[in-house]
Design a protein around this ligand. Structure first.
Ligand SMILES: O=C(O)CCC(=O)C(=O)O
Ligand SMILES: [Fe+2]
Length: 339
């Protein structure tokens, strides 16, 4: 972000403000910020003195109180100012507010899921080769995409409804496509999964995110999907953040709230936050506590700060998310078809 641009007030702008736009004032005309601060400080408490633009000759003087700005304007506008080497200042109220200090909201990003201390979370790097990645992308690019407001999706196995946040059992789309068979086989052979022999992954959502698009914090719908969720990252990297809200115990059956949007999670003091870097070709597995107790979220950034490195998202990130549709849903769906 460059230097913020301020402008002096014009006829018609609301008057009275704690911020003054002061022209003919600044380092380019031989006045230091300390001198300006001390001259204007004699009219009341200052929040600060800021460059109004890149000229070096215009500043914003920001007071705590409107009345102090008013007194300074009356005393100093258009007259030689003895405290500033006799320079004549041109002062108006400033229309824009000076910048409020940015709260650094970022958290350290791990490269390994094991460092996050979230039981049930696994990140498997190089889960597919570069050639497989290319083939998987070509396979989905050959099929029709559905446009959502900010990203494109494809569904296999069962359609997912974004209105109800549930699978649509009336829209069984058939078996998962053969181009993902090897991937599913590889997931099922991962040794840390409980009961992988009986695991069936029958729903696939392919998401394509353009740069700057992420995903709001959510827990995947409990009543729609059972157990393990696996997400393969292709094409571009991103970071995924995890949040756990400390009120209430972890109760997977009771906690049926789904795709819960947390409007302002940063105000919430009782939240644990973790972040992991997802490189292309990696597989993220969410099981147990990671799946049911932690919200996951992809920040809407074009550039991710991974510790001190700025990592630009690619021209797109494509994820393949595999899930198992809840059996009750199938039974209910079949019943609905019969009745
Ligand atoms: O894109 C991803 O890796 C995650 C997708 C996801 O969380 C979801 O579809 O529920
Ligand atoms: Fe999800």
């Amino acid at each position: 972000m460059g230097v913020p641009r301020f402008r002096r007030s014009k006829a018609g702008d609301a008057q009275l403000s704690p911020n003054l736009y002061v022209a003919n004032c600044g380092p380019a005309v031989g006045l230091s910020y300390e001198d300006i601060q001390s001259a204007f400080g004699s009219f009341g408490n200052l929040r600060g003195v800021y460059a109004a633009d890149e000229s070096g000759a215009r500043v914003i003087v920001s007071y705590v109180e409107d009345t102090c700005a008013e007194a300074a304007l009356k005393a100093l506008n258009g007259r030689p100012c003895p405290l500033l080497g006799g320079r004549s200042l041109h002062i108006r109220y400033s229309v824009l507010q000076p910048p409020t200090p940015q709260v650094n909201n970022s958290i350290p990003v791990s490269f390994e899921a094991s460092e996050l201390n979230i039981p049930g979370l696994y990140l498997l790097r190089d889960f597919v080769s570069a050639k497989e990645e290319e083939e998987l992308l070509a396979a989905v690019d050959d099929r029709p995409w559905k446009n959502l407001s900010k990203r494109r999706v494809q569904h296999y196995g069962y359609e997912f409804s974004y209105e109800t946040r549930n699978v649509n059992t009336r829209q069984c789309l058939g078996e998962l496509p053969s181009f993902v068979s090897n991937i599913i086989g590889r997931i099922l052979s991962f040794p840390d999964l409980d009961d992988s022999a009986s695991l069936v992954l029958d729903q696939l959502t392919v998401n394509e995110y353009p740069p700057g698009v992420g995903l709001s914090p959510h827990i995947d719908t409990h009543s729609a999907f059972e157990g393990l969720i696996c997400s393969l990252s292709l094409a571009g990297p991103c970071i995924m953040e995890f949040r756990r809200y400390l009120e209430g115990a972890w109760l997977p059956d009771a906690a049926s709230s789904t795709d819960m949007k947390v409007e302002n999670p940063d105000n919430c003091s009782s939240v644990l936050r973790r972040a992991v870097y997802l490189p292309p070709r990696s597989m993220l597995l969410l099981s147990g506590e990671a799946r049911y107790a932690w919200h996951h979220y992809i920040p809407h950034h074009k550039i991710d700060m991974v510790n001190d490195n700025a990592i630009r998202r690619g021209s797109r990130r494509v994820s393949f998310t595999f899930r198992k549709k809840d059996i009750e849903i199938v039974v209910l769906g079949k019943l609905a078809e019969i009745l």
